[in-house]
Design a protein around this ligand. Structure first.
Ligand code: THU
Length: 144
């Protein structure tokens, strides 16, 4: 699927403006693109109980899934830093639930990026196949 990578990264950068990161001051934005071409954005949301913090990537993913999306083409993430921002392990696992082939665009402050798939970022992810080898008919992952 052809899509404008700059637009996806731009959406992530705009979402970063909404970050709630009073503790780390590390502001992150993400934007996820569905196979049908819809965009959902997220920012990191911290909490005084630090462990409750949710990363930008999962906020974007969960917003999308809670809007009936199941199928994703790509996600972009930026922290507005010189370095490309890689998703944490928890976010890699959350993304893997919805597809090993999702492209992850890790961008820097200049909008440059490095792209790797979820499979490349998280080899041997834990999937439905591990819960019920050969028995998964995917029904529970379909929309009602
Ligand atoms: N964070 C993200 O939102 N995404 C990442 O890919 C890495 C980390 C957030 C969590 C926390 O609010 C802050 O960045 C510092 O870890």
């Amino acid at each position: 699927m052809e899509f404008p990578v700059e637009k996806l990264i731009g959406a992530a950068a705009a979402a970063r403006e909404k970050a709630y990161a009073p503790y780390s001051k590390f502001r992150v934005g993400a934007a996820i693109l569905t196979k049908e071409g819809r965009y959902y954005t997220g920012c990191n949301i911290e909490n005084a109980s630090y462990g409750l913090t949710c990363c930008a990537e999962r906020v974007a993913l969960f917003k999308a899934v809670s809007n009936s999306e199941r199928s994703f083409e790509a996600i972009a993430v930026t922290a507005g830093t010189k370095e490309f921002c890689p998703p944490c392990g928890a976010c890699r696992q959350a993304l893997a639930e919805f597809g090993a082939n999702i492209k992850v665009y890790m961008a820097n402050e200049a909008g440059e990026f490095q792209m790797q798939t979820v499979a490349e970022l998280l080899p041997l992810s834990f999937t439905a196949e591990a819960l019920a080898p050969g028995e998964d008919d995917g029904d529970d992952r379909k929309l009602p």
